[in-house]
Design a protein around this ligand. Structure first.
Ligand code: LMR
Length: 402
């Protein structure tokens, strides 16, 4: 019955992670999936998470269904973390928030919701984008396009191109934005540039869908939410997807949130109803384990302070690694402009390496980077950074690979 189906080519990100694990060599470096590894190359289980999980397990509560919209304590903490203490929208009860299956789940619920509310609207996504963005929204029957974002000549932002493209969009177009740690490029907007973008969104009546998967990994938990808080301050109607996969190291717990900022409390309550209708059709209601732990940690001032320190430690380690790669490349290949390692922010660095160079890194050196040339920086540590830089320099200086 299914003989006519084509084989799945594999996910462009996870496929390379699997190839890394299958590689029998001892000397190999995994810079594929966006996972935070500590200095010892281990995926951490945060101490605050372990304690909150234990306290909950000790209560041994029965496992009834959660409400479709998820745990109310969790949703409240998501709102505080995303919108901050001075949010006008929160003070006026204008935000509809639903617990989702990770950030990806939030994008899917938001996509289905938007397609029902604005069936004619199409979506614009940065060029380049996270490999899954187009697929998720096309899966929600939304036509997707790209806006200019990355300038390969400077390995930085094409801000003028971005503004020009957004200014051309029809009213009620949906614009996907990354408030920090742009995936895959690590190229972020400055705060002043966000204010210009917000003016365009408002002037053109565009619907912003903000995807915040890395809150805390660029500058800090509050600083990274600058764009969201400025949109709130400007009185926009917009959507935010957030995730605890990275900043709580809770990848498999699938803990995210979707928040829709509305113009009135009454509108927000109708929107929440529609979000629930969407979630019910897809997965009915979310699981409780991870959400309980997150709600416990974020609501307790001492645990929250500890978590904030943990996030800062992760952020600092990534920034140190960027600096170490830059310093070593400066010495080993002074003619190569490696400043993008320290200019780009957060988890990812966008190298611009060619397919041939990437293949050689994999086959000859066991250094795994996904096909877009995006490096997941936390795969580097003091034990492998020299090897990585040597391998990179060898590939960059090989005339056959130019
Ligand atoms: C990534 O971009 O590597 C992560 O967000 C993991 C994923 O789901 O693709």
């Amino acid at each position: 019955m299914f003989g006519h189906l084509r084989a799945f080519a594999g996910d462009p990100i996870f496929r390379l992670g699997e190839a890394f694990h299958a590689d029998p060599r001892d000397l190999k470096v995994n810079l594929t999936v966006g996972l935070y590894y500590d200095e010892q190359g281990r995926l951490p289980l945060l101490d605050v998470a372990r304690r909150a999980e234990k306290a909950w397990a000790d209560k041994a509560l029965p496992r009834a269904y959660l409400p479709i919209e998820g745990l109310s304590d969790y949703r409240e903490q998501v709102q505080k973390l995303v919108f901050g203490p001075n949010s006008k929208a929160l003070a006026e009860n204008r935000v509809a928030t639903i617990q989702t299956l990770g950030g990806t789940g939030a994008l899917k619920v938001g996509g289905d919701f938007l397609h029902a509310a604005y069936p004619e609207s199409e979506m614009w996504i940065s060029d380049p984008a996270w490999d899954n963005h187009h697929a998720i929204f096309r899966g929600a029957d939304i036509t997707t396009h790209t806006y200019r974002y990355y300038d390969s000549a400077t390995r930085g932002l094409d801000f003028e191109g971005m503004v020009q493209d957004l200014k051309q969009l029809p009213e009620y177009s949906i614009v996907l934005l990354h408030p920090c740690c742009h995936n895959p490029t690590g190229v972020d907007l400055e705060d002043a540039q966000w204010l210009d973008i917000i003016a365009v969104l408002r002037e053109r009546n565009l619907i912003a869908f903000v995807d915040m998967a890395y809150q805390g990994f660029a500058r800090g938990l509050d600083e990274d939410a600058f764009a969201i808080r400025a949109m709130d301050e400007a009185g926009l109607t917009f959507l935010v997807a957030n995730s605890f996969s990275k900043n709580f190291s809770y990848y498999s717990e699938r803990c995210g949130g979707l928040s829709v900022v509305c113009q009135s409390a009454e509108e927000a309550s109708r929107v929440l109803g529609q979000l629930k209708a969407v979630a019910r059709r897809i997965y009915s209601n979310p699981p409780s384990h991870g959400g309980q732990a997150i709600a416990t940690v974020l609501a307790d001032p001492d645990l929250f302070a500890e978590w904030k320190n943990e996030v800062e430690a992760m952020r600092t380690r990534i920034a140190d690694m960027r600096q170490k790669v830059y310093d070593r490349l400066q010495k080993a290949a002074p003619e190569y402009d490696s400043s993008y390692f320290i200019k780009q922010r957060g988890m990812f660095c966008y190298t611009g390496l060619t397919m041939q160079q990437l293949e050689t890194l994999r086959q000859k050196y066991g250094v795994y980077i996904i096909d877009s040339g995006r490096i997941s920086m936390p795969g580097l540590n003091d034990d492998n950074v020299d090897y990585f830089v040597q391998s990179l320099v060898a590939v960059l200086s090989d005339p056959e690979l130019q």
